[in-house]
Design a protein around this ligand. Structure first.
Ligand SMILES: Nc1ncnc2c1ncn2[C@@H]1O[C@H](COP(=O)(O)OP(=O)(O)OP(=O)(O)O)[C@@H](O)[C@H]1O
Length: 227
């Protein structure tokens, strides 16, 4: 499994410089915990890492390859679970997951979906339509996507929001297993999530300081890059 790293990353959203000069490195089995106050850029960095948002400056590398040379190949290495739930309301929980498993090329998507729901402790929601799921059940369903449609790099934006304690424990076990198999994870959180041996990355340390001439950035491209 290759390393994943970012160098001298600068992120601009709208007309706001969010972070600048940010480096990170993830080795196989590694975990990066993104910390910082509201608005410090945790979600933005996860989107940059996933190729959903182009960095204004800097570059990402997957092993020796520059991510910007083949963004589609990079997206195939990533499973991103964000704030907005991706649950289709008319499909059952299992059908929602089977869709993702099929997209990932699973031979038997429905079997994979049911296994993933079992692992998340919610086999009983398999036939429940997405619109009838509770917030925590939806979150478990989204996290089950990590198992139903596996990828080496997990990018997780506040993954434990709405989860009860039992679900958080299950989820921590999933992360440990993923890392033990050489997978990598970057996650943002405002709470404690057990990631033994993980590295904390404090986004507020990369906030543009008062010495920056922000006009240097805004003159070139004041707009946010499209995904
Ligand atoms: N779609 C967008 N367009 C323009 N600006 C945005 C957009 N999304 C976020 N921003 C801005 O980017 C900055 C960083 O936001 P981001 O969501 O990355 O922070 P965060 O650390 O994840 O915050 P929180 O802890 O509240 O989730 C904020 O100033 C925010 O207003």
């Amino acid at each position: 499994m290759p390393d994943f790293a970012g160098f001298a990353l600068t992120c601009l959203r709208g007309d706001r410089l969010v972070f600048t000069g940010l480096d990170f490195h993830l080795a196989p089995g590694g975990a990066l915990v993104l910390l910082g106050p509201n608005g410090s850029g945790k979600s933005s960095l996860l989107r940059v890492m996933g190729g959903l948002l182009k960095p204004f400056r800097g570059e990402l590398r997957w092993g020796d390859a520059r991510v910007s040379d083949d963004p589609d190949a990079h997206r195939a290495n990533v499973q991103y679970v964000g704030h907005l739930d991706a649950v289709k309301p008319v499909l059952s929980a299992a059908e929602n997951l089977a869709f993702w498993a099929a997209m990932a090329g699973a031979a038997d998507p429905m079997a994979r979906a049911r296994q993933a729901l079992d692992r998340l402790g919610v086999p009983h929601i398999a036939d429940v339509p997405g619109r009838c799921l509770s917030a925590g059940q939806k979150r478990r369903l989204n996290l089950a996507r990590l198992l139903a449609a596996p990828a080496p790099l997990w990018l997780l934006d506040e993954p434990t929001v709405a989860l009860d304690r039992a679900a958080i424990a299950l989820f921590e076990g999933m992360i440990a297993d993923h890392r033990a198999a050489g997978g990598m994870v970057a996650l943002s959180t405002h709470t404690d999530i057990a990631t033994p041996g993980g590295t904390d990355l404090h986004l507020d340390r990369f906030a543009p300081d008062s010495g920056h001439d922000d006009d240097d950035f805004l003159d070139e491209d004041g707009e946010e890059d499209a995904p």
